[in-house]
Design a protein around this ligand. Structure first.
Ligand code: PLP
Length: 390
């Protein structure tokens, strides 16, 4: 039987960028002690107090079908959080609860693009972006944010592609680069979105991981509330990756249409997960800061080690659980560098090439092991780079 073109083409012609990760997993299965710096997964599991809330909710009967756009109290709590953090008055009707940010990314493209429409995204990008756009039957078109510009996208480059596009997907704080878009960059993006009548899809799943300055949601900029869809998630902010809980924020009309998409795809999120998410959100800012803290500390540690190297250049990392290293001075590609480091030193990181053309000659380090192990791995990486200049 023939598989539909839509499904067959989700990955497009390129790879899905996870080759190095799969190779590391195979080595671990074979009993090799690999230092795993490749995936954006905390080195802690979900906090027991959140698990207790989940358990209690399940035992109290929240095991049946739950309200599809999300239970009212959770939508209200998300709306309260967004209002407090961004200054934009947000109501229950602006919030759709989804099984993670990934599902919200798909919903946002389904809401904004017709089949065949062009959907823009910034390169380097989170690996699922082009496939998510294709899954929604839109055409992905990337815009390079250049290493020379510290991976801030340029207004001219976006404007040049915006004419026949329907949406623009951005991500700040950024995976894979750790870059936080400046107010100037976001203001330029907002202006282009208004001028070119684009939907702006703003992936803010790292909004609690900002190491310098503060988070700016472009939904709060002039003229943007009616055309911005914000992707949120508790995966990173609350170490709840496996619970699959996130949201999409947008204009009420879009959110109410998207309830139909949820009804016909996910059928919502388990009630006991939603109750646990409500409990977790009510733990407030201090809890979120405690989850982010190890990454702040390890980012400082990474800077202190890398800045001593004459070969590796650190992209100024101001947020998210990653640092991006420019290894072009070695003469190796990111793929070669990552593969050799894994084979020779059992350190797994992801080549920049997996995140798009703009990150060629770079590697991404996820700060997701304990400090001592990270320090040893980064020192080994620096020594390896210095010994492998072509
Ligand atoms: N967006 C970005 C930039 C990510 O890095 C991730 C996960 O790593 C996601 C979205 C999806 O997160 P989740 O579906 O776990 O909420």
């Amino acid at each position: 039987m023939q598989i539909s073109n839509r499904i067959e083409n989700i990955l497009g012609k390129g790879s899905d960028g996870w080759g190095a990760f799969y190779k590391a997993r195979r080595m671990i299965r074979d009993g090799i002690d690999v230092t795993e710096l490749s995936i954006g997964e905390h080195d802690i599991t979900t906090d027991p107090i959140i698990l207790n809330a989940m358990d209690q909710a399940a035992r109290a009967g929240h095991t049946g079908y739950a309200a599809i756009p999300g239970i009212h109290d959770l939508r209200a709590e998300v709306a309260r959080r967004v209002t407090k953090n961004t200054g934009v008055k947000t109501n229950v009707g602006n919030v759709l609860i989804t099984p993670g940010g990934q599902s919200a990314l798909f919903a946002a493209h389904m809401a904004s693009c017709n089949p065949g429409d062009t959907a823009l995204f910034i390169d380097p990008y989170y690996v699922t972006y082009p496939g998510t756009i294709r899954a929604a039957s839109a055409i992905p078109k990337s815009i390079k944010a250049k290493a020379e510009n510290n991976f801030q996208p340029s207004a001219q480059d976006i404007a040049a592609s915006a004419g026949n596009a329907k949406s623009l997907l951005i991500n700040s704080p950024n995976n894979p680069t750790g870059v936080v878009y400046s107010r100037e960059t976001l203001t330029d993006i907002a202006k282009i979105s208004v001028d070119e009548d684009l939907w702006l899809i703003s992936d803010e799943v790292y909004d609690t991981q900002i190491w310098e300055g503060s988070h700016l949601s472009p939904r709060s900029l002039a003229g943007m509330e009616e055309r911005t869809l914000v992707v949120g998630s508790m995966s990173k902010s609350h170490a709840m990756t496996g619970s699959r809980i996130g949201w999409l924020i947008g204009p009420e009309a879009a959110i109410s249409h998207l309830e139909n998409l949820s009804t016909h795809t996910t059928y919502g999120v388990a009630g006991f997960i939603q109750q646990a998410a409500l409990f977790a959100l009510k733990l407030g800012d201090a809890f979120e800061a405690s989850i982010a803290e190890p990454f702040r500390r390890r980012r400082d540690l990474a800077i202190s080690i890398i800045e001593k190297s004459n070969v590796i250049n650190l992209i100024p990392s101001r947020g998210a659980m990653y640092v991006m290293l420019d290894i072009r001075a070695t003469g190796l590609s990111g793929d070669e560098f990552a593969d050799r480091l894994l084979t020779q030193h059992h350190i797994a990181l992801l080549p920049g090439e997996g995140f798009g053309d703009a990150a060629k000659g770079h590697v991404r380090v996820a700060l997701t092991v304990d400090d001592a192990r990270l320090e040893t791995a980064l020192q080994t990486l620096v020594d390896f780079a210095e010994a492998n200049i072509k």
